[in-house]
Design a binder for this molecule. Sequence first.
Ligand SMILES: [Zn+2]
Ligand SMILES: [Zn+2]
Length: 102
Amino acid sequence: MATLKEKKHMSAVADLGCAVCRRMGYEGTPAELHHPRKLAGGWGRSSHMLVIPLCPEHHRGNKGLHGLGTKGFEKYYGYDEAALLKDTLSLLGDPYQEQQED
Ligand SMILES: [Zn+2]
Ligand SMILES: [Zn+2]
C-alpha cells in the first residue's frame, strides 16, 4: 500500500514524462512508472518513492528497460536506471531525505 505522500510523489514522477525521452531532448512524453526493485532494496527505502517515469516504448518496448534488460539497456543507452532515478529525484527534490523523519 502506498501512503498519501507516496501517491503524490508517484503522480509527480509520472507528470515529468519519460526519463529516457527527456535525455534525448523530448520532455513530457506520457509515462508509466518503473520500480527499480534492486535499487530500492539496496537503499532500504520505500520503493514507491524510488520510481522512474518511462514511456511504454522505453519501459516495455524492444528498446526499453524490460525489453533490453538492465545490462542491455545500459549498453545501448550508456546510462542505467540509477542515473534515471537520480535525474528524477533531482528534478523533484529528494523525497526520501524527508522520509527519514517518519
Ligand atoms: Zn521514452
Ligand atoms: Zn518497469
